[in-house]
Design a protein around this ligand. Structure first.
Ligand code: SF4
Length: 355
């Protein structure tokens, strides 16, 4: 089965790889952009990386921030002009609470830019759900609870929200001519790990196309995070493998990403290739190198587009991509670490004839 989660996709973009290094004067467009349209959220997850004091994500996030409508339209025009291939919406806040979300999605459809979103699924209904079903590449609903009670507790929402979201997803899968892949990301923690299999059966039954199983990140330090998972790790891992072995088929992809993190998040490289490949535009109109550095003004800021167009910012002055030195600035969890290492290895390869 082909994997939508392959970490090797960047190797389809030779031109991009050829311009990444500082010594290459050319700057090429990012391939994929993550946009955080709003920092407002209608849920309050206990482990939310943007709100938890124990996690460095989001330390400078202002909750009321959102991207003004005109600026969002300008960003999309720029993405089209630059040749950006895809845009993913994520939080900060819940993308579907962004007041101009429908206009944004209509513009992306008009401009023929591929798009996707992470969401809690609470507002996945009506016209916006139709637009996504027929035009988005994928939509991933993050879930932690396994019934109304556990979900309400994990997210500080009223009981019934879980059932509503399951129903939203069920209706979404039944939208006629749906082409959008609907995935669920199940966040494994100490309170829900025994229900992994039962939850996956439920979402497979309602027609969800894929599930990603991953561990709840509770600390910046890998060791501390692993200590949290240790008491139940083996049992949870066994269940996630059982899901993979027994529930995966041609209509239901299972991506088992439940694993211990590295003890330390140290990096030994001095520049970050992925910051030029998949940058983040925050609701504060700052550009960040990645999801893991979003809303970190100290050591995660590439620059701002408050007073300039995104395309003018991007193509002017390559040095901005090399200000962040991962060996010093990124002692944090980094989703692109493995991909960065592969790209750096590829760029540094010598004696190429001796394959
Ligand atoms: S956290 Fe990772 S992706 Fe982000 S800037 Fe550091 S090395 Fe790059």
């Amino acid at each position: 089965m082909s994997s939508k989660y392959s970490g090797l996709k960047i190797f389809h973009y030779q031109d991009k790889l050829d311009t990444l290094e500082k010594t290459k004067s050319e700057i090429s467009a990012p391939i994929h952009i993550r946009i955080k349209p709003t920092n407002v959220c209608n849920h309050n997850c206990w482990y939310c990386a943007y709100k938890s004091d124990d996690l460095q994500l989001g330390q400078d996030m202002v909750e009321k921030d959102y991207i003004p409508e005109q600026k969002m339209m300008e960003i999309i025009d720029d993405c089209k002009d630059m040749g950006v291939k895809a845009i993913t919406f994520s939080g900060g806040g819940e993308p579907f609470t962004y007041r101009y979300f429908q206009q944004t999605i209509e513009k992306l459809i008009d401009k023929k830019i591929a798009f996707a979103s992470l969401t809690n699924g609470s507002k996945l209904n009506g016209e916006i759900a139709e637009l996504f079903a027929k035009n988005a590449t994928w939509l991933r609903v993050s879930i932690d609870g396994y019934n109304d009670e556990s979900y309400a507790k994990a997210r500080d929402v009223k009981e019934g929200e879980f059932s509503k979201i399951i129903n939203n997803m069920k209706e979404f899968t039944n939208i006629e001519n749906r082409t959008c892949n609907l995935g669920v990301s199940f966040i494994i923690d100490a309170t829900n790990y025994t229900k992994i299999y039962q939850f996956c059966e439920l979402i497979k039954d309602i027609g969800v196309d894929s599930i990603k199983l991953s561990g709840c990140v509770v600390a910046n330090d890998g060791n501390e995070n692993n200590k949290y998972h240790e008491p139940f790790f083996n049992e949870a891992k066994e269940l996630s493998q059982k899901v993979k072995n027994e529930l995966e088929d041609e209509n239901f992809e299972v991506f088992d990403s439940y694993h211990y993190l590295e003890d330390k998040f140290d990096k030994d490289y001095t520049w970050c290739p992925y910051s030029q490949i998949l940058p983040v535009i925050g609701a504060d109109l700052n550009i960040y190198p990645c999801q893991d550095k979003a809303y970190n003004l100290d050591n995660g800021l590439v620059g701002s587009i408050k007073d300039k167009r995104f395309k003018d910012f991007w193509f002017n002055d390559k040095d901005k991509f090399f200000k962040i030195n991962p060996s010093k600035d990124c002692q944090n969890h980094c989703v692109a670490n493995g991909k960065n290492q592969m790209i750096l290895d590829y760029l540094d390869a010598q004696h190429l004839g001796f394959v």
